[in-house]
Design a protein around this ligand. Structure first.
Ligand code: ATP
Ligand code: MG
Length: 313
């Protein structure tokens, strides 16, 4: 009898575990492919998403950094951008109130690629209380004394929050590879380590999406020259950017391989045409809005009986 009860309990437990796993998988699929669930995404049901299909590999030369669909100039995208910012603001407020899940956005690009501009323009109007930006430079002595993920893990957004990584754990397979900071036997296995890390995050309720802002080498030249020419932009100019630029081809190879190996069902990469800043902002804003919508965050149920509540004078 006691044995029978144990068996029934075990079976019920195993059914619950399976149901929970199924629900988690279903949620992951929805958020990694928001177009399957988002009703009426603008401007057409099927705008380009620039997602790198898992396992398909990536050739950056196949993505035109100048692309901008039918939009010709900044003015053309503004209403659409505004609409998507409003969607993000509304959904972020629900995500915060729900306090159950979080979103991690990874931004990677070559110097001048527009990481700062993206944060500024896409998150305009979003409640700063629910967002946190973490910028990663070369590691400190303490950070370098730990495993490479240590410093990033601490900045993963807590429940209810949107976390933005301005540079990220991907530097440890990019700059580290290009500048030969560690040998290949050390950086190569990191693709797998990163995939497992991100998978573990998604299993604890973190939706991960990653953007590579794709600019051309010519566009970088123009942006560096404009920083030199404008006294108000000179503070942004760094001689180090010129040194990194000399490794352009090695960086492209490193990005291609890193993105190709780490775009997964649970944590997809988006390669965003970014020569036109306004188009880049639109693509990223709608991808975030669609993903949040697919997550479907909800305000918590209010306490019961509130209709009868009166506030004392
Ligand atoms: P901005 O120039 O817009 O202020 P940034 O992200 O380029 O922003 P910088 O201080 O110019 O900031 O550069 C940070 C540098 O730190 C980059 O050259 C980057 O490659 C380097 N870096 C980041 N993470 C690592 C890492 N894990 N190991 C070595 N270098 C790193
Ligand atoms: Mg810089």
């Amino acid at each position: 009898m006691a044995d029978g009860t144990r068996t029934t309990r075990a079976a019920a437990e195993s059914r619950r575990t399976r149901a929970a796993a199924d629900a988690a998988t279903e949620e992951k699929t929805r958020t990694a492919r928001p177009e399957l669930v988002v009703a009426d995404p603008p401007p057409e049901p099927d705008y380009p998403r620039y997602r790198v299909e898992p396992g398909a590999g990536l050739r950056l030369a196949d993505v035109d950094p100048d692309e901008s669909e039918h939009f010709r100039k900044k003015k053309d995208v503004l209403p659409e951008l505004e609409r998507n910012r409003d969607r993000i603001a509304e959904l972020q407020s629900r995500l915060y109130a729900e306090n159950r899940r979080s979103v991690l956005l990874v931004l990677q690009a070559m110097d001048t690629g527009g990481k700062d501009g993206t944060i500024k323009h896409v998150f305009e109007g979003v409640n700063p209380q629910g967002c946190q930006v973490s910028s990663f430079k070369a590691p400190s002595a303490e950070e370098a004394a730990h495993d490479f993920l240590w410093r990033y893990h601490q900045h993963v957004p807590s429940r209810g929050m949107i976390g933005i990584f301005n540079r990220s754990h991907y530097e440890d397979v990019l700059v580290v590879r290009v500048k030969d900071l560690v040998p290949e036997e050390v950086w190569r296995p990191r693709y797998e380590v990163i995939n497992q890390f991100e998978h573990a995050l998604t299993l604890s309720g973190v939706t991960v999406l990653k953007f590579y802002l794709h600019i051309s080498k010519d566009e970088q030249k123009r942006r560096l020259e404009s920083r030199l020419a404008d006294p108000d932009k000179r503070w942004k100019f760094s001689a180090n950017d010129l040194r990194e630029r000399r490794h352009w081809d090695a960086y492209m190879a490193a990005f291609e391989e890193a993105i190709g190996n780490t775009s997964t069902e649970h944590a997809p990469w988006y390669v965003v045409p970014a020569n036109n800043k306004w188009y880049r902002n639109l693509v990223i804003a709608r991808t975030i809005a669609d993903t949040l919508e697919a997550m479907d965050p909800r305000y918590p149920e209010p306490e019961e009986g509130l209709d009868a509540v009166a506030v004392d004078d």
